[in-house]
Design a protein around this ligand. Structure first.
Ligand code: UDP
Length: 465
């Protein structure tokens, strides 16, 4: 009787997310996909981050927490105490993850596999210790992974040599130092974030599987190169709900919300967009982490106003005080909100271009929904993504920065006009539509990501449970 119950038990994966919106979104969507395929999922994040999240809509995904050692303030608390957040997270996270997995076992939900954000390499050690499958999930694209892997292996020396073209495989060999992730371009030995992003690859070859939120057709050369060093690497993206990718065909789930947001959603956006002509609006959002100078904020505000193009601009609450005094939050030409449902906005027919900081999720969302981009990269891997957007996928332009690192109002206006009114716009829009179709093809039945996910679920279903 007992063995029958055991045989009937569904395979159970703990999906461990790094505490940031851009990391939890792809893992949440991937979790829903696995759950739909019959895998039982417990999504795990840190206590502080989870407490900030809005309730997950009814998706049957269980949520549990572990501790990073800073349950009252996360990374900001660590910074105020001048403690290395990542070291403490490794120590306390390891301990509390083990406790959680033991608790799940005691309560009749034994865990078979840990799928962990590649930033949290210590989760692989936990999976080994507990005899579980350990799966690393890369939330950046393969090109950026390839760059960090070269640093990890010592094949790309830091600091970078000024003006020297970087030598990496495939099209990456034409990168200039400025196109590299900011931690490499502005190298500081001992930078904890640099150690984190490069450290992702320190034990990755020991992972049972490596999954990446990208799709094969998007990064063929780099994917082929990486599969030679990591044969167990699979692309499974874009992790965007099917209803957005397929204009509603073949729905996997009906949830209205993207789910799991640190921010309040703004219904105002959709209403406002409904009253705008087709492809007439520039959507502006710089993600959930970067903070810009007051000078940059003013240039953005004036550039948008001077462009004469209607705009929808997300300015997070923490950035709002930097807006020029008296800048209208709502006018005939523009709407400023503190948060929006980005996928809904990007898929609205009123949107003509996306002024983006080029975070990987935003880049992939724009590309998968066929929206041309004005790239305004600010930090981390965003410059590399901007380079690919402009020169490889050719789905947008990159705004010019001045010597102070600011995009001036004229430069922003010029970029928006190039996309919305110029010849270039026609070309990038047609490329964006090409990628949109390829993205949908990759995740639909029989596509490259679909097949990779099926293969992965097949492996999971054969785990001895
Ligand atoms: N996002 C959103 N609404 C907003 C701003 C951001 O839904 O107003 C989502 C966006 O769709 C993306 C994520 O938050 O999935 C941001 O991730 P990304 O990698 O683009 O940037 P990061 O915030 O990590 O810099």
């Amino acid at each position: 009787m007992e063995s029958e119950t055991k045989a009937a038990r569904r395979v159970h994966c703990v999906v461990l997310a790094y505490p940031a919106q851009g990391h939890i979104n792809p893992l949440l969507e991937f979790s829903k996909r696995l759950q739909h395929g019959g895998i039982s999922i417990t999504l795990v994040c840190t206590r502080f981050f989870c407490n900030k999240l809005q309730k997950l809509p009814d998706s049957n995904i269980a949520v549990e927490t572990i501790s990073d050692g800073f349950d009252n303030g996360g990374i900001d608390e660590a910074e105020s105490q001048k403690i290395n957040y990542y070291d403490r997270f490794r120590e306390v996270g390891t301990q509390t993850l083990i406790e959680l997995i033991e608790k799940l076992k005691r309560t009749g939900k034994p865990v078979d596999c840990i799928i962990y954000d590649s930033f949290l390499t210590w989760a692989l050690e936990v999976s080994r210790k507990l005899g579980l499958l350990g799966v690393s999930f890369l939330t950046q694209n393969l090109a950026v992974d390839c760059i960090y892997e070269h640093v990890n292996k010592g094949k790309l020396q830091l600091p970078l040599v000024k003006d020297e073209i970087i030598s990496l495989p495939a099209w990456l060999s034409s990168l200039e130092p400025w196109d590299m992730p900011s931690f490499l371009y502005e190298y500081e030995p001992g930078n904890a974030v640099l150690d984190l992003v490069v450290g992702q690859f320190s034990n990755i070859e020991k992972a049972d599987w490596i999954l990446c939120n990208s799709f094969y057709e998007l990064e063929i050369e780099v994917a082929d190169w990486m599969r030679k060093i990591w044969p167990n690497l699979r692309t499974i993206g874009p992790t965007i709900p099917y209803k957005f990718l397929n204009n509603n065909n073949d729905k996997l789930e009906d949830e209205e919300d993207y789910g799991f947001s640190v921010f309040r959603s703004s219904e105002e956006c959709t209403k406002w967009l409904d009253n705008q002509p087709k492809q007439s609006v520039a959507f502006v959002s710089l993600g959930t982490l970067v903070s810009v100078s007051e000078e940059q904020m003013e240039e953005l505000a004036m550039g948008l106003t001077d462009s004469g193009i209607n705009f929808l601009w997300v300015v997070r609450e923490s950035e709002e005080a930097k807006l020029p005094k008296d800048f209208p939050r709502k006018s005939l030409k523009g709407l400023v909100v503190s948060w929006c449902h980005q996928l809904k906005v990007l898929s609205h027919e009123a949107i003509g271009c996306f002024v983006t900081h080029c975070g990987w999720n935003s880049t992939l969302e724009a590309l998968s929904l066929g929206v041309p981009t004005v790239a305004m990269p600010l930090w981390s891997d965003q410059r590399s993504n901007a380079k690919i957007i402009k020169d490889v996928w050719k789905i947008g332009v990159r705004s010019e920065f001045d010597e102070k690192g600011v995009v001036r109002r004229e430069a922003l206006k010029k970029s928006i006009w190039e996309i919305m009114k110029g010849e270039r716009g026609i070309e990038v829009k047609s490329n964006a539509m090409k990628w949109k179709n390829l993205a949908a093809k990759a995740v639909n039945k029989g596509g490259s990501s679909w097949n990779n996910i099926e293969e992965f679920m097949d492996i999971l279903s054969h785990l001895k449970v």
